[in-house]
Every structure is written in structure tokens, then in C-alpha cells.
Design a protein around this ligand. Structure first.
Ligand SMILES: [Zn+2]
Length: 91
């Protein structure tokens, strides 16, 4: 019986230690997610003179003049503005 109580106490201490150990780790991914969402603020780009939209990394996106660039947060936003996905970069 004495041994069982010691085992339960041991398990409780282990659980508390685990709780404290995982707390800083759970805060880190949240901070990382904030950075990723900031990078994803503008995901696709279209030209004011064209009905196609591209990934920001697409070669065709590089060819769009800076003054004609129209940025969208998501491909769905671009589609809503009557733009079509580029068949080369497939955003
Ligand atoms: Zn493209």
C-alpha cells in the first residue's frame, strides 16, 4: 500500500513537471505562426492590365510593372476580382 501511494505521488509530480516543461514550447509555435501569417499577407499578384494572377515567385509576376501590380491575400480574393490562375505557377 505504501508503495502505491509513492507511485501515485511520483506520477503527479511527473505530470506537473511535464506541464511546466511543455509551457514554453507551446508558446514558441504561436509566435512562429504569427511570423508565417505576416509573410502570407500578400500571396498572389496580378497585373492591372491582365486577367491572370500569379504566385509572388512566378517569372511572369516579375514581368509585371511595379505600377500595374495588384496584390491579393489569397487566390480566392483574386478569383473574386475576375482574375484567373496562371497555368505556369498554378497559384
Ligand atoms: Zn504565373
Amino acid at each position: 500500500m505504501q508503495r502505491n501511494i509513492a507511485l501515485v505521488l511520483c506520477a503527479v509530480f511527473f505530470a506537473i513537471a511535464l506541464l511546466f516543461a511543455t509551457r514554453p514550447a507551446s508558446a514558441a509555435p504561436a509566435a512562429k505562426a504569427a511570423v508565417v501569417s505576416a509573410q502570407r499577407a500578400e500571396e498572389v499578384v496580378a497585373s492591372a492590365n491582365s486577367d491572370k494572377y500569379h504566385r509572388l515567385t512566378c517569372d511572369y509576376a516579375d514581368n509585371i510593372l511595379e505600377e500595374n501590380k495588384v496584390y491579393y491575400k489569397t487566390p480566392a480574393d483574386a478569383e473574386r476580382d475576375d482574375k484567373y490562375a496562371c497555368s505556369v505557377c498554378r497559384p
